[in-house]
Design a protein around this ligand. Structure first.
Ligand SMILES: [Zn+2]
Length: 299
């Protein structure tokens, strides 16, 4: 197995399986969970699962994302994922406002202004926009077909993307889900020009980074969250303890600042800034990695 970002074969890995929930979505008739490995690249510090979902599995996993069928299927194996939690996540204005705050911060820190035309790649309804980004045009590219909010235009036809000129292209909370992140970097490169500023945001939850709060504090937060049933949760954690380490869920890529920079450099871009910031969400606080970059000169 080679690193999906830098191509190195200097990889350490730990055996695990695809989670019950992902199995129920991508292969509901399968008797046993697929085996996989959680891999860590010792060269660039990127972590990822060896099993890569194909495009049909990807569609099955994300179709009608967070609708009631998704919620019910998920609650069967993850008791904390109640209807209430699903609704909270679907209407999480806290995390959208926090995301805006972080984007505004990294743009201000780097003196980036005058963003007339902006695209949110994979941006659902286009709720992440704020006044300063896309002062003339705000666009979303999203295949989900959800209607966009007022003032945001949906470009649903992929082939049309290169007809537009974008001063800013952002891609929030998508790269951690992608089977082939380098391929999307190529796509993003094709749809921007030499002056386009790019922004990527992912959770900072690489399980191999020492001091990473990934499992323990997050899990504790879930237990003490007033929205959850404590006894159900205790039962859930006893079951979880029998599972292998970090069964494969929706997040299949785990970045660090180093691996993010590597991905940007190797795709023909130059980093402007990479930051780690905290964001509040409806169900707790998370650390996010934000990268700002543009095309390398002459690439
Ligand atoms: Zn690597």
């Amino acid at each position: 197995m080679n690193c999906l970002i830098c191509g190195s074969n200097n990889i350490s890995s730990t055996d695990t399986i695809v989670s019950d929930f992902v199995m129920a979505r991508i292969a509901p008739n399968e008797k046993e969970n697929y085996k996989t490995k959680l891999c860590f690249c010792k060269e660039c510090s990127f972590a990822f699962y060896e099993y890569r979902i194909n495009s049909e599995e990807e569609q099955a996993l994300y179709r009608n994302y967070r609708d009631s069928e998704y919620q019910k299927t998920r609650e069967k194996s993850e008791c904390w994922y109640t209807e209430k939690i699903n609704n909270l996540l679907n209407n999480d204005s806290t995390s959208i406002n926090e995301q805006k705050r972080v984007i505004r911060k990294i743009l201000n820190d780097n003196g980036i202004t005058n963003i007339k035309s902006a695209l949110d790649y994979g941006g659902n309804e286009g709720k992440t926009f704020f006044d300063e980004i896309g002062t003339e045009n705000k666009y979303v590219f999203d295949i989900s077909g959800v209607p966009t909010v007022k003032g945001v235009e949906n470009i649903s036809d992929f082939t049309k993307l290169s007809d537009y000129k974008f001063d800013f292209i952002m891609c929030n909370m998508l790269f951690e889900h992608l089977a082939d992140p380098m391929s999307l970097m190529g796509t993003l490169k094709d749809i921007g020009d030499d002056n386009t500023i790019y922004y990527i945001e992912v959770p900072s939850e690489n399980p191999f980074v020492s001091g990473n709060k990934h499992s323990i504090s997050k899990n504790l937060k879930l237990v003490f969250n007033p929205h959850f049933n404590f006894f159900k949760l205790v039962k859930y954690y006893f079951k979880k303890r029998k599972d292998p380490f970090m069964t494969m869920h929706e997040h299949i890529n785990f970045y660090t600042a180093d691996s993010m920079k590597k991905m940007i450099d190797l795709s023909g871009f130059t980093c402007i800034d990479i930051q780690e910031n905290e964001e509040d969400t409806a169900i707790g606080r998370q650390t996010v990695l934000s990268a700002l970059f543009k095309k390398s000169v002459g690439m």
